[in-house]
Ligand binder design. Structure first.
Ligand SMILES: NC(=O)c1ccc[n+]([C@@H]2O[C@H](COP(=O)([O-])OP(=O)(O)OC[C@H]3O[C@@H](n4cnc5c(N)ncnc54)[C@H](OP(=O)(O)O)[C@@H]3O)[C@@H](O)[C@H]2O)c1
Length: 297
């Protein structure tokens, strides 16, 4: 007897599999990019290109990734050092990637940098260059990185309506709520992350019909080279963890799990979204007041 219940989902056990996928991770030599690269490879990707400026850092990352015990046969991480903040750097990256693949399934546009300076002393030059012109976020992850003559054709090559290619952009909770203020204010960083979130929505609508889905992730604090300085001068990791509704900071598998999900068949109808990965911290700012005694109203 046939029913209308669709309980037998198609190949559900493999819904998060990235078997055979080709991935590029910018800022992949350490921190969030390296966590993601490890996730991509362990989810079945066949090639993961690791790019950052320092060749030695890319080499070390690739060595560690290729030594993972549970990779698919033939799977490998490949080092492609390039300065993605420079036009020629992006060109070089695409050229190098093209030498060993004719397509890219997943682009994790993650490389980033930050700048802290108080409002009163923030130099015009730094602020002017940050969010607008040489800002890594706007340049590395924006039109230049995925425009027609960059990654878009490689992403478009194998994308289909059933199995679209993916772009995942690393934004930040600083692009949703305010960023750091005071001595190490991150006005430019925060504004550029907000811009990246809006760019994600625009690109999602533009590239969706080409079977490329574009989503953003908005991490809270993850201990990394970039974050550790700010964590230290602002009271330390424990202080930040205590303020977080989940009572901890981010850890590698939080990033790996999220980017694998967003790259998988499970997320093939998610486009233009920004997913926070912060334990709920951004929603708790200004809240989380602990009342010790019973309030007398
Ligand atoms: N950690 C956090 O708490 C946090 C929170 C929210 C958002 N984020 C975002 O997450 C992303 C990764 O940050 P992270 O914390 O992992 O920082 P990180 O540890 O400092 O790593 C940054 C990565 O970007 C690379 N990079 C920097 N400038 C580059 C350039 N011009 N060209 C190519 N690669 C470059 C670095 O390698 P090279 O030095 O070799 O170039 C490194 O691989 C950034 O977009 C950041 O804004 C981080």
């Amino acid at each position: 007897m046939s029913t209308n219940y669709e309980t037998e989902l198609k190949d559900f056990p493999n819904i998060f599999s990235l078997k055979g996928k080709v991935v590029v991770v910018t800022g992949g030599s350490r921190g969030l990019g390296l966590h993601a690269a490890s996730g991509f490879l362990q989810a079945g990707a066949s090639k993961v290109y690791i790019t950052s400026r320092k060749a030695s850092a890319c080499e070390s990352a690739v060595k560690a990734l290729n030594a993972l015990p549970n990779l698919a046969p033939g799977a490998k991480a490949i080092s492609v050092p390039a300065d993605s903040a420079k036009f020629e750097g992006v060109e070089h990256l695409v050229k190098e990637v093209r030498k060993t693949t004719d397509h890219v399934d997943i682009l994790f546009a993650n490389a980033g940098a930050t700048w802290g300076e108080s409002f009163d002393t923030h130099p015009d030059s730094a602020f002017a260059k940050y969010p607008c012109r040489t800002c890594p976020i706007m340049r590395w992850r924006g039109p230049e990185l995925i425009s027609e003559n960059r990654f878009a054709p490689l992403l478009q090559k194998n994308g289909t309506i059933e199995d679209p290619s993916r772009v995942i952009i690393t934004a930040s909770v600083a692009g949703i709520g305010v960023g750091s203020l005071g001595k190490n204010a991150t006005f430019g960083y925060s504004a550029s992350k907000a811009a990246v979130i809006h760019l994600t929505k625009n690109l999602a609508v533009e590239l969706g019909p080409r079977h490329i889905l574009v989503n953003a992730i908005a991490p809270g604090f993850f201990p990394s080279k970039m974050a550790s300085g700010l964590l230290e001068i602002s009271g330390g990791a424990d202080t930040f963890a205590a303020k977080n509704p989940s009572k901890r900071l981010g850890k590698p598998e939080d990033i790996a799990g999220l980017v694998v999900f967003l790259s998988s068949r499970a997320a093939s109808h998610i486009n233009g979204a920004t997913v926070t990965v912060d334990g709920g911290e951004v929603w708790a700012r200004g809240g989380m007041v602990e009342v010790k005694e019973e309030a007398k109203l």
